[in-house]
Design a protein around this ligand. Sequence first.
Ligand SMILES: Nc1ncnc2c1ncn2[C@@H]1O[C@H](COP(=O)(O)OP(=O)(O)OP(=O)(O)O)[C@@H](O)[C@H]1O
Length: 301
Amino acid sequence: MGENYVVEVKNLNKTYGKKKVLDDVSLYVKPNEIVGFIGPNGAGKSTTMKCICNLIYPDSGEIKINGYDLFKNREKALESQAALIENPGLYQDMTGRENINMIAKLRNISKERVKEIYEFTEIGEALDRKVSGYSMGMKQRLGLGIAIMSKPRFIILDEPTSGLDPTGIIHLRNTIQKLIKEEDMSILFSSHQLGEVEKLADRIICINKGKIIETPKSLEQRYRYIFQVNDNDRAYKILTEEIKIGKAEKISTDTIKVELDNQEELDIILQEFIKVKIKILDIHKESIDVEAVYKEVYGDE
Ligand SMILES: Nc1ncnc2c1ncn2[C@@H]1O[C@H](COP(=O)(O)OP(=O)(O)OP(=O)(O)O)[C@@H](O)[C@H]1O
């Protein structure tokens, strides 16, 4: 593997009967990246994800997870990943806590980690109630907590927000962002809710009729930040002439837009600004206009 990818999929092909469902699908996910996987119904999202999770076999192709070949070194490859595909498989007659404890025992998880997972789910006192009475959002968070118990590097979520009400969606979004920050994971998730993809994804991958469609270059990336600082000219000079990170552009008298290659570069910039006493008045991440991408890629489909 050339670059440091957490997941690398190359030339996946899958046929059902005479229908070619995946046609030379290749994709990758980098460390700490949240990648949104979009496409119309029947495009091949679930099939691709199920291949990566080893739930179905492709006819041909290569899948590497955390550097391990899924077909040659299955156990190691699967150790590094977790998935939430369709409904989380929970025992409805047991409490949330019992569900966690049971899997923790099977996987030999430490007591400290189990405690972390109780907290992570943010289910609170309801952890001691039966799962059958949980809302869809609580079930999703419990499922997610169980999925990440053994600290995978990568997690696949197939339509994680479907069936959730707006509160559930917001809660799940926060949970996913927490995963990236605190658990050092990468995520590939599929969704039809473009607004959600826009809020969450660092990058998107488009698929249609089993083929990956090249994302328009202008909309491809992800780590675009708008800084508002107290000394725009000095900040610009530092970015372009001193630390030389990313592509900086002055967009008004007190704001600069910076396009970065990864999240770590943001830390370097922040540290430098603090060091040279440039005051950051505001900073926000510019999201991808997923609807524009979708329209450009799929037309009115
Ligand atoms: N087990 C199967 N047998 C036959 N055809 C299948 C099977 N699973 C999926 N397909 C077909 O493969 C194609 C891709 O399906 P897939 O579920 O991967 O699409 P998707 O992009 O996830 O769609 P959706 O957004 O509707 O979930 C569809 O035409 C589907 O009918």
